[in-house]
Design a protein around this ligand. Sequence first.
Ligand code: NAI
Length: 328
Amino acid sequence: TKTPVNVTVTGAAGNIGYALLFRIASGAMLGPDQPVRIKMLEITPALKAAEGTAMELNDCAFPLLAGIDISDDPNVAFDGCNFGLLVGAMPRKKGMERADLISANGGIFGPQGKAINDHAADDVRVLVVGNPANTNAVIAAASAPDVPAERFNAMMRLDHNRAISQLAEKTGAKVADIKKMVVWGNHSADQYPDISFCEVEGKAASGLVDEAWLDEYFVPTVAKRGAAIIEARGASSAASAAGAAIDHMHSWALGTPEGDWTTAAVPSRGEYGVPEGLSYGFPVTSDGKEWKIVEGLELSDKTKKQIEFNAKKAQEEIDTVKSLGIMK
Ligand code: NAI
């Protein structure tokens, strides 16, 4: 049997944490033959709740669960970390400006990036889920100069899955028969879900749906789905966010299937005109070790315009981070 890997989950006592930990321990994330040791990071007042979740994890008697550690110290929680899921973040409170939100989260993701730099395993891979996820990923990576920036991702998989679900519903196809979806950009209302390259049961999706449906229904429905879930449930999406985090890590660690790709926010090196250094949703494939951005796609004028627009917004956020002195 394989030796256990260390999986660190921050914000472990939160809503997403509760939906995420059990699936990690069950083998859904890294496969049915990979034992895991779970390391939970929480703020001090939430340690007791984290302990309660740990009790339940033990009560599931998962054969793959090799152990659980709980800490409020990032240096402990990231010690030996192979996979880090950075979920805990400072939520936006009433009257808070965007700059305040960015600054509060800089105070979380900067130190966590440094702890990863100093204590994680050499092969560490990190997924930032806590919002603003793309900007937080850039901040964490900047605080970890000894870890390749490519190892810090932000989650766009929930947006990707939402887009597949909407297209499946519209066309009557099974989700498994939809390939090559991409959601360009940031996990924000400025994202651009794009079906230009999508295949539905092997046929071009662009021939199955019309422009009006795409512009007036599909794009806004996917981009504003988070708000619609809050409206309906009275609580934010947690199980679907956890499911997307599982999918992201699964694709990264075990590879993407031949003939398809997925969406992940990875550092731009200028692909498709996206400014270098942004953590940006691109179409990507994985060989089980690293992501590769799918290059050479022929973009429509509309896609180009949307990328230009949302990249500008994402860059403004990074400029705010720099002007606040959180990052050089
Ligand atoms: P939640 O409020 O239920 O849980 C957050 C947990 O993080 C709390 O238990 C809190 O104590 C903990 N926490 C706060 N600061 C921490 C720190 N410095 N270190 C460790 N833990 C800390 O929130 P929920 O619903 O679990 O969401 C978590 C984050 O995920 C939010 O920022 C949310 O906006 C984001 N999110 C991102 C999505 C995406 O697609 N990227 C989708 C859905 C949510």
